[in-house]
Design a protein around this ligand. Sequence first.
Ligand code: NAD
Ligand code: GDU
Length: 331
Amino acid sequence: MSILVTGGAGYIGSHTVQALLDGGYNVVVVDNLTTGHIESINQAQVKFYSCDIRDKEMLSRIMREHSVESVIHFAASSLVGESMKDPAKYYDNNVYGTQCLLEAMSSQNVKHIVFSSTAATYGNPKQLPILETEPTMPTNTYGETKLTMERMMRWFEQAYGMTYVALRYFNAAGASENGAIGEDHTPETHLIPLVLQVALNQREHISVFGDDYDTSDGTCIRDYIHVSDLADAHVKALQHLQDGGTSDVFNLGNGNGYSVLEIIEAARVVTGHSIPARMEARREGDPAILIADASKAREQLKWVPQWTDIQQIISSAWKWHQANPKGYANE
Ligand SMILES: NC(=O)c1ccc[n+]([C@@H]2O[C@H](COP(=O)([O-])OP(=O)(O)OC[C@H]3O[C@@H](n4cnc5c(N)ncnc54)[C@H](O)[C@@H]3O)[C@@H](O)[C@H]2O)c1
Ligand SMILES: O=c1ccn([C@@H]2O[C@H](COP(=O)(O)OP(=O)(O)O[C@H]3O[C@H](CO)[C@H](O)[C@H](O)[C@H]3O)[C@@H](O)[C@H]2O)c(=O)[nH]1
């Protein structure tokens, strides 16, 4: 029996693959390598297929050949800004891609799926910190497609009986403790790696997208969660389903909000670099504040994040970026 990981060569996927291997699982990865890196996969331990999730036939064949029992589904397009400019790409890759995956699963009688959802499903929340019961009103196409994917799973469960866990994560950050894998996106759009590129003198300054939000310092507030804690939550969610647990939705975050300016300041302390910042216009689709209440995952999945300090999280990313200033291209 194997676990199929879609998008397993990506940032969060590769860390989860490592956590699954550490947990003794057989792992099969499918990834079309649009944003992922083959170097992030240990091919001696993992069966890797260069495959697009929209290729239903190939997915079905892989599931059959490897007696796939459950799926962990990361493969998606996931940039808020891009999703506002190219919504068709997001409906095609995220919604249609997930439909193909679920159809392949039902054709092969694969029973469980753990799925990457996002805080972007909430939009601008009315209550903070955000509980899973908060209304979902996405402010961007990316969040809308993720919500559609969640709903699709609910209907597929009713029709075909497969159970799912949707993990709504907040902002992933950091790198593996042993320094083997980390975040490498081209182009990079995420705040922490961009700030660290300034510290590496690869960029002259960090742009701050809007300082006129209704927050303490006017910049957006996010809840940053370490990628290894996310990986651990996936293994726990998988075990929940394998143990007969019901389908559910869980937030994954630390419950602490940091503004863009606070992240830049924390990175100055970690790196010792002045990290010049320049105020710019708002980025389309950005909600002002996203902070998780993840007590449900703590209680029901027994998930306990280990990386709760923002300087620790940034230090872990800094270690990776210093050792791999060009990402996986270094190797
Ligand atoms: N990074 C975050 O802060 C964050 C927060 C919330 C949710 N998420 C979600 O987590 C998941 C992983 O995010 P990430 O930051 O690791 O992204 P990533 O881009 O590093 O990883 C995505 C992987 O999926 C692959 N992929 C994309 N489309 C594919 C397709 N059609 N067929 C096969 N493979 C495909 C890519 O090549 C890549 O390896 C995404 O679904 C994202 O929406 C990320
Ligand atoms: O150069 C930059 C980059 C980002 N930001 C700001 O920093 C904050 C964080 O932005 P990121 O791009 O790092 O992350 P997002 O909050 O946009 O999105 C991330 O977290 C979301 C959930 O909260 C989604 O799931 C998504 O996949 C993931 O990219 C935002 O306010 C953004 O406007 C800047 O000011 N300057």
